[in-house]
Design a protein around this ligand. Structure first.
Ligand code: 0O2
Length: 243
């Protein structure tokens, strides 16, 4: 009896180590992708004096939520099965100002040599029946561990501020009503989603108009005066920003 208990404790310890190691690889995958996103953000800011990213949030699914999904979808309960079937264990949400930024960013990420696109679901061009809009990518990144390389899937959701606002409220309502939302609210949510899409379009057009005005009005480089040893020099604004 004692021997059996010892064995199961040992087994549990091994399982716990395996699970921790398993989830750690997803954290590293997130770190890797977050670094890539941060580089794009900083580079954009310096070179183009413009930041397409409003904010970024990331999360690792809890073991409980992973198990619920495995159970809901009827997959086998094992680590290889979780790895193969649950592609959103690691998730990043990027919120952009404009719809064009979403596609720009998505292309820049997908064009990186060490990133492989596993899936792309465009709920902006094809919103869900409830009105949900967002661009979903499942991206695979290599994670270099001490003894092996793991290819890790990360779900990246890219959306505008308006789409994010809508999704947070819809999520709150969905859980408040325990997934049985009254019809008048689902109708209003659908209408609100249409308003969000219209507002996004308007903001994009205003931004385009402002950009073309800036390009027409200003020379390519604005020269900045700097002083070294009391001598005055003129340097392009771009140069000062980078250095
Ligand atoms: P959480 O806690 O946000 O992660 P698949 O994963 O491809 O087998 P699934 O789960 O339908 O199938 O994938 P999909 O459609 O790409 O959606 C995954 C995630 O998108 C969800 O994660 C939500 O975060 C978000 N999402 C999708 N549809 C809606 C929606 O109608 N409303 C809101 N608010 N969010 C949505 P999880 O796993 O549900 O939860």
């Amino acid at each position: 009896m004692e021997e059996k208990r010892e064995l199961s404790l040992k087994h549990m310890r091994i399982l716990k180590t395996e699970l921790t190691r398993f989830l750690m690889t997803y954290k590293f995958g997130l770190d890797e992708l977050n670094t890539k996103i941060d580089i794009l953000k900083q580079e954009f800011q310096y070179v183009h004096d413009y930041n397409p990213i409003e904010h970024v949030k990331s999360r690792i699914k809890t073991p409980e939520s992973i198990l619920k999904k495995i159970y809901r979808k009827g997959y086998e309960l094992s680590l290889p099965s979780i790895k193969e079937n649950i592609q959103d264990i690691a998730g990043i949400r990027i919120v952009c100002s404009f719809v064009s930024d979403i596609y720009k960013l998505s292309e820049m990420l997908q064009n990186q040599k060490d990133i492989k696109t596993i899936k792309c679901k465009d709920y902006i061009k094809n919103p869900k029946p409830n009105g949900y809009q967002s661009l979903h990518l499942i991206l695979q990144v290599p994670v270099f561990m001490s003894d092996r390389v793991e290819d890790i899937c990360v779900e990246v959701q890219i959306r505008t501020i308006g789409m994010d606002f809508w999704a947070s409220l819809e999520h709150k309502i969905y859980y408040k009503y325990n997934k049985e939302v009254p019809k008048h609210l689902t109708d209003e949510l659908r209408e609100a989603a249409i308003s969000v899409a219209q507002l996004d379009k308007k903001m994009e057009n205003i931004n385009k108009a402002v950009n073309s005005f800036k390009e027409a009005d200003n020379p390519e480089y604005e020269l900045q005066e700097i002083f070294i040893d009391d001598k005055s020099f003129y340097l392009p604004d771009e140069f000062l920003r980078v250095w």
